[in-house]
Design a protein around this ligand. Sequence first.
Ligand code: C2E
Ligand code: MG
Ligand code: MG
Length: 701
Amino acid sequence: MRYLVDHPLQAESLFRALPGATALVDAEGVIADANQRLGDLTDYALDELVGREAQSLVVRDERAGLLERLRRTLADPADATPWSLTLLRRDGRQVAVTAAASRLSWGDDSGVLVEFVVPAPRQGGGAHDGDDAQVLAASLAESEQRFRLAFEGSMAPMVFSDRHGVFLAVNAAYCAMTGLSAPDLIGRDSKHFTYPEDVGLSEEAYRMISSGEVDEYRYHKRFLHTSGRIVAAEVSIRCGRDDSGQAEYFVSSVRDVTEEKALAAQLSFQALHDPLTGLANRALFDDRLVQARARAAREGYQGAVFLIDLDDFKGVNDSYGHLVGDQLLIEIANRLRRVTRSTDTLSRFGGDEFLYLAEGLTSTDEALHIARRLMATLENPFTFHQVTLHQQASAGVVVWSGESPDNVELVQNADAAMYEAKSQGHGHVALYTPEIGLKAVSRFSLVQELRHALSSGQVMMHYQPIVDLASSEVVGFEALMRWHHPAQGWIPPDVFIPLAEQSDLILELGAFALREALSAAASWEVTDRSAGFPCVTVNFSARQFHDPGLVALIEGELSRSGVAPERLVLEVTERVALVDIAETMSIMDELNRLRVGIALDDFGTGYSSLSYLAALNPRIIKIDQSFVRPQHDKKRSDTLLEAIVTLGNKLNMTVLAEGIETSAQLERLHHLECDLGQGFLWSPAVPAAEASNMLVTGDET
Ligand code: C2E
Ligand code: MG
Ligand code: MG
């Protein structure tokens, strides 16, 4: 407590507050100051004590020992072991005490603070002599001493104050925390450097302790450093009481929690927000949804969850790069944020999906109205780095009232509705119904199984012969995918391919189909017909065809199999080709360069105009089965069939008719000068080994 002596007033209050009888002894052993307790104990008046030699206060035998202790303390303040002493009162009576000494420095001077503690009488007994009393006294003095050392050396800011909260002593850490020196601090109370709004907290702490309600009080407050920096702190305050139980002095210790708090705040923001858009993340959304469900159940209104999924967002990343993709996500988040009601929560669910939670709705119409408002934010195009983009989204909405399904189910239902919206094309909104839910469940479990099916060999390629109608010769095969499900048997590609198209799974399946088909083709004996035979045609979905890795994939698989590029034909439907006509044209250029052919599949069912057909210039057009085996309006179909074959011939394309089942159909097509045919008349798709037999024997009719 080295600040003590700088201020006589403060010294006085500190002496007054110290629990033990205390003297400040100078280097010569003369008492420089003493407190009233020492006066009481020795029966001397304070002014009689000051100036007196400290030795005179102890019995003759112990005087040399005392002097020696004082010298040792001055030389080595670390040696703080208390020792037993016998005080000599003014009236000659002797009092056994425990003494503790600590060095005190001020200016160039230093002295020793000696505290004398009278062992407390043991409970139930009046005597304070005897061994027990001495041990107790020694331990008390020891704890006093420990406290003092702890105070001085503590890394934690500590302050010792009187009953009014006026500072009597502070340690160096406290000075550092406030930016004030000890002389500035002593004699003041904490409100001068407490953050103004928190002054009441300190007052409350002192009041709680003073009232005797508690002996220790912990609270959080903010201090103001002289630099203006705010220090967030946890304060622990304790008090010492006099015999009547009145608080006599306070000791506060402070823990600087500024960094801890800042870190916690940062962590909690990071933990709850999406780093790209700054929107709430899934964890925060989940939490809000739990609360919203509880409120809706309690207050009986409706809530809604919207799952918004951008349409073909992958194309943006693929075509313009991730920088533009990220910019677009940020801008979309901003637009959505602008129409988010203050009671609602908008979050990024991951990738190109956003979740919106609306509360306090009174009708389903209201939910649909919100959905339309969210979708309307995408109406205007986005422009970045000279790129202008039109981005649409599909949304699924699930509305609940009162008691609701849990979070997971609500989001799943919104997802099922979103899937339904996607099936209607781009930019649609669908409201969840139980029927949609049922569809989703079977779809979901099938997709899960399909993932494993590929690696566990349940997926394979079969080959359907393609026949030259003039010579009846097998000139190639269409590779068709088959899934043999262990429990459900054969699952048709019409069922599982559209499911796989919803995710990257289609890319895996497509790569598998290409590789298998080429390795089968590599095993087929090359006929002497002409280059490009026997060919193998492989179906490609939109996702695969527009995948930026398409050309590299084909090149790689061709060179791995050693199959001549002319023998490979990609089948794409008109719909796939028309997704982005400009892009399709450039892919076609690449494929032409590789000398890989294109067949326009299911021709006649799409919307391709004549001009597109001429521009795309596919090697083969495959007339859809519905023209070959018309279900109704046979006459009109037949006219169309004739028109398509003629058109193909005129444009110098090879015309292939699918689904030929009867000789009559074959006759008719042959007559129309259709080049190639496929159908059950010859064979359904068969495993690779059987297919190669058809080639070798060459007598399929
Ligand atoms: P697609 O490309 O138009 O294939 C022709 C479909 O007609 C095949 O059905 C074939 O088995 C069937 N078919 C052939 N001849 C006849 C016939 O005479 N009568 C009848 N009733 N049907 C006949 P499949 O194998 O069920 O394939 C259905 C569709 O699934 C395919 O239509 C194609 O779009 C898709 N698909 C099949 N394999 C793959 C693949 O590896 N990748 C992709 N992306 N799609 C595939
Ligand atoms: Mg096909
Ligand atoms: Mg087809």
